[in-house]
Design a protein around this ligand. Structure first.
Ligand code: PMP
Ligand code: GLN
Length: 413
């Protein structure tokens, strides 16, 4: 028999691939800087102070609760908007920390991480052509998520070292096509915590232009030196306009779990829920049950959590300052922004991050990755301090040796 067999798929040549263009937004972006730098860290055996994840585990009782929930039949689809006990815990958490009264049945949606929540909240309100106001530097999923939905980002830039709100520019960014603002406080990568006065200014713009606010508040419990997180939702007039996003990953040192939660008015919740229904539909029920237990923890858990991170921030900030970095103030989040010019570095931030990864064996993130607009500053570098103390000390020792050897002053351009 000489019947021709169908060729295996692997034998299909590249020339036979479809020629039609794929999605322009996704084709136009690269792999996220966090993945790129973590891979580089691994390749060079470097201490990873780049991607923001703790190198220690979450609370044992929360992890135990998840393990137990795996074994008691909690393994099928949970309700679309989340397990009732987690929705109740999210509502109670809002009341306890911010005095925000929430209906757990009609005003909460549990998502697969804050990343999904951000897209779901954007999708809930945007139509193609709608504008969204954003503050740079910003988390790298915001702009692609908006563009994928056909929205148009309007970027307003904060300036280092103080990252103050540029009020006139912000006001000028709002117009008849503005549908929403996406606000991140405490802010990644700057470590800024928005003040009551700044939030009142933003709230006034939101009301005057009749728009929505997507509030990325994943670092709500990571504030230092007496700085307190204020949800925009708690500002007068904002309750029905805000979609407030939290993340168990950040609040419980469990970044791999990807459990997020949206709190919003009953008028917005159905669309957020329907966006979630079309993105992932539900979120693992065993993890949800454990996060419900976590959110109900004593106030002391949240206090100790912030105090522990503050000590790590102090250790890293002081060490970097001693080494000659310009160290910007961090009031919240996992991150310290440093100015690399005082070291004598003559290249850009990406070259610096590559050099310290390859030569000092310490990895950080170039801040220019947090800009979507043209000509970002290229002499700032972000270090994560959510690491064990000996790891932070070792990273500082490695950087000290590298700087001591004159490597930061080598010509790079
Ligand atoms: N927003 C900001 C500002 C972040 O830094 C992160 C980091 N993970 C996220 C959202 C995503 O959170 P999650 O891991 O819960 O998706
Ligand atoms: N939020 C983390 C950071 O800013 C990383 C999250 C991610 O890798 N997607 O470093």
């Amino acid at each position: 028999m000489s019947e021709a067999r169908p060729k295996p798929a692997a034998a299909t040549s590249a020339a036979a691939r479809p020629g039609r263009p794929q999605n322009a937004v996704l084709s136009g972006i690269g792999t996220t800087i966090f993945t790129v730098m973590s891979a580089l860290a691994q390749q060079h055996g470097a201490i990873n102070l780049g991607q923001g994840f703790p190198d220690y585990d979450g609370p044992p009782d929360v992890i135990e609760a998840a393990a137990a929930a795996l074994k008691d039949g909690r393994n099928q689809y949970p309700p679309l908007t989340g397990l009732p006990e987690l929705r109740a815990a999210v509502a109670a958490h809002n009341r306890r920390f911010y005095g925000i009264e929430v209906d757990p049945d009609g005003e909460v949606v549990v998502t697969s991480g804050a990343t999904e929540a951000i897209t779901a909240c954007l999708a809930a309100v945007l139509n193609p052509g709608d504008e969204v106001v954003l503050l740079e530097p910003l988390y790298d999923t915001y702009v692609p998520s908006i563009r994928l939905l056909g929205g148009i980002p309007r970027l307003v830039r904060l300036s280092p070292p103080r990252w103050e709100l540029p009020r006139a520019e912000l006001a000028a960014a709002f117009g008849p096509r503005t549908k929403a603002i996406l606000l991140n406080t405490p802010m990644n990568p700057t470590g800024k915590v928005f003040t009551g006065a700044e939030l009142a200014f933003i709230a006034d713009l939101i009301t005057r232009h009749d728009v929505y606010a997507i509030c990325d508040e994943v670092y709500e419990h990571l504030t230092f030196d007496g700085w307190r997180h204020i949800p925009l939702m708690s500002v007068p007039g904002m309750r029905r306009r805000c979609m407030r996003i939290g993340s168990a990953g950040k609040t419980f040192n469990l970044t791999g779990w990807k459990v997020g939660y949206v709190t919003c008015d009953a008028g917005l919740q159905p669309n957020v829920a329907k966006a979630h229904q079309n993105l992932t539909f539900t979120t693992p029920p065993n993890l949800q049950r454990a996060v419900a237990l976590g959110l109900a923890k004593d106030d002391s858990y949240f206090r100790d959590f912030a105090a522990d991170l503050q000590a790590k921030r102090d250790l890293l900030a002081t060490g970097l300052m001693r080494l000659g970095f310009g160290v910007l103030e961090t009031r919240g989040s996992y991150f310290i922004t440093t100015d690399i010019r005082p070291l004598g570095w003559s290249g850009d931030d990406m070259a610096f991050c590559r050099a310290i990864t390859e030569e000092a064996k310490v990895t950080a993130i170039p801040n220019s990755a947090f800009y979507a607009g043209p000509h970002p500053p290229d002499h700032y570098v972000r270090f994560a301090f959510c690491k064990r103390v000996p790891v932070l000390e070792e990273a500082l020792a490695r950087l000290a040796a590298w700087i001591g050897a004159g490597r930061a002053r080598s010509a790079r351009r």
